[in-house]
Ligand binder design. Structure first.
Ligand code: THU
Length: 137
């Protein structure tokens, strides 16, 4: 699967976002090592804190299904109902969730306007991280 194909699935996922508070729709498409894709969107809450990002929605769906090996995630976001406005990196909490299940070379593909995208590794976006190995796992 190409980066742009995965980004297209992340764009589709954006249309599922529940965003009555921020109006900022995010979509994610998580690719397993075996080639299966799990989509996620952000789901907000009146109490703000329980809001979950698109990336974690995708991860938790996949982990629930028993998936443990991941290749890449594509993430796109912007004002709901409009095209993605620009590239942005996943939030810190989502990076930590990625760290739990992904190796240093896990690819984080950030999609922007049109066919624009940037790919970074998990090690690049989350250096010096606390990981399962620090817990003896
Ligand atoms: N959001 C994501 O879904 N992923 C990120 O990586 C950054 C932020 C969501 C959370 C909230 O619903 C909205 O974007 C504004 O922060």
């Amino acid at each position: 699967m190409t980066e742009l194909e995965l980004i297209a699935l992340a764009k589709e996922a954006r249309t599922h976002a529940y965003i009555p508070y921020s109006g900022f729709a995010v979509g994610a498409a998580l690719l397993t090592k075996e080639g299966k894709v799990y989509q996620g969107c952000n789901i907000e809450n009146a109490s703000f804190g329980p809001t979950v990002c698109a990336e974690r929605t995708a991860f938790f769906k996949a982990v629930y299904d028993g998936e443990r090996e991941f290749e890449a995630i594509a993430v796109v976001g912007g004002k709901g109902g409009e095209e993605p406005s620009g590239l942005f990196p996943p939030c810190g909490v989502c990076r930590q969730v990625m760290r739990e299940f992904c190796a240093d070379d896990f690819k984080v593909i950030m999609g922007g306007k049109g066919d624009e995208f940037v790919t970074m590794s998990l090690a690049e976006i989350l250096p010096a991280s606390f990981s399962p190995s620090d817990m003896g796992k």
